[in-house]
Ligand binder design. Sequence first.
Ligand SMILES: NC(=O)c1ccc[n+]([C@@H]2O[C@H](COP(=O)([O-])OP(=O)(O)OC[C@H]3O[C@@H](n4cnc5c(N)ncnc54)[C@H](OP(=O)(O)O)[C@@H]3O)[C@@H](O)[C@H]2O)c1
Length: 242
Amino acid sequence: MNKTILITGAAKRIGKEIALTFSQMGWNIIIHYNSSKKDAQDLADQINTHNPNSAKIIQANLDISSDVQRLVDESKLCFDSIDVLVNNASTFYPTPIDDISEEHWDKLIGSNLKGPLFLIQGLKDKLIESRGSIVNITDTNLSKGVANFSIYASAKGGLESITKVLARELAPEVNVNAIAPGAMLEPPDITWTDEQKEKVIANIPLKKMGSEEDIAKTVKFVVSSKYMTGQVIKVDGGRSLS
Ligand SMILES: NC(=O)c1ccc[n+]([C@@H]2O[C@H](COP(=O)([O-])OP(=O)(O)OC[C@H]3O[C@@H](n4cnc5c(N)ncnc54)[C@H](OP(=O)(O)O)[C@@H]3O)[C@@H](O)[C@H]2O)c1
């Protein structure tokens, strides 16, 4: 029986690369998306061309509780098992203290913390049944206290805390780990100037940005490391050292 991975926010960028990596390993892929329906469908078609009937897409806005519940219910019906959940979907934008509103709080906490928590709660039994893994994608920068990102940092910091708490609660059946990327890609819909890019790279000991592949390979490694749980793996070119 082929294993199944559910990746949130998998239509594009890092989530898409994780989907392609696991598809190459013969896994079934559940591609979650919110607004990128065409990208999600194109990715599923691409995967299904090589591995027929191995990819399905499910839409859900992780800010909405009933959508998260529907994602849980529909995911359970896709294939025989759910072996890995990757909480990859994320909303990312600054919220200087004077601009903070409840709407921003709900949006940044919804996709980065609340959605992932309730998704784990809903899929817990399937993951226990399969002796599976949860991989939460966080952010290497959050512990540095980056100005203007208090809500996003709270959400990702919360996700790292949940990783450790649930590593204990779901042991010994389910491994729960986090991967904290550094500067991999420019934020969606933003193109940095050469000067901005140089500034970012100057703070990275390995003197380059990372890539989608760097994270996808780490997810593969984390999922295969069955004696590792409750850990946060930084994939950031050494940025967190400086
Ligand atoms: N890129 C980087 O350099 C970097 C650095 C540090 C950490 N990370 C972390 O790595 C992960 C992947 O990064 P990325 O840059 O590839 O992510 P991204 O492109 O910013 O977002 C991934 C997907 O999240 C989905 N999403 C956003 N809000 C949602 C909501 N309310 N409900 C459901 N889905 C929602 C979007 O899906 P739709 O397009 O379908 O709407 C989006 O395509 C994220 O967790 C990010 O925080 C990335």
